[in-house]
Design a protein around this ligand. Structure first.
Ligand code: FES
Length: 145
């Protein structure tokens, strides 16, 4: 049912954790399943994402997609990170079962929420970026890995 890459990122998620004084942090929630994802971005003066960490309180597909999404945005400019869609994350994972597609949306939205936080805090406009509807702000993520 799941690709080897999904299983690999689920069992060995990359970039799990927190970044203290992150340049941007975004937390999004899925109203249907209740899963929550938080992404921290460390962005340098040239608007390049130096580091990224995540915490996901959610299903295996949410963990795998967060992990892959962090790998895809690391080292990218904020503008390039903005272009990374859930489709790109799914492709990088060799696909997800149709019932799990919404989990990958959470990863895309968490990145957008973190970029939104960064743009607000630093007064920087990122082309095409809007605040995700699923942004739940500072709400605590209870579960940790
Ligand atoms: Fe909720 Fe996967 S079932 S994110």
């Amino acid at each position: 049912m799941y690709s080897e890459k999904v299983m690999d990122h689920f069992e060995h998620p990359r970039n799990v954790g927190e970044i203290e004084n992150a340049s941007g942090m975004g937390t999004v929630g899925n109203a249907k399943c209740g899963d929550i994802m938080r992404i921290y971005l460390d962005i340098d003066d040239n608007q390049i994402i130096r580091d990224v960490k995540f915490k996901t309180f959610g299903c295996g597909a949410a963990v795998a997609t967060s992990s892959m999404a962090t790998e895809l945005v690391k080292g990218k400019s904020v503008q390039d990170a903005m272009q990374i869609t859930n489709k790109a994350v799914m492709e990088a994972l060799d696909g997800l079962p149709p019932v799990k597609v919404h989990c990958s949306l959470l990863a895309e939205e968490a990145i957008h929420a973190a970029l939104w936080d960064y743009s607000e805090k630093h007064g920087i406009k990122i082309e095409g970026l809007t605040k995700p509807k699923t942004d739940i702000g500072e709400e605590e993520v209870e579960e940790e890995y």
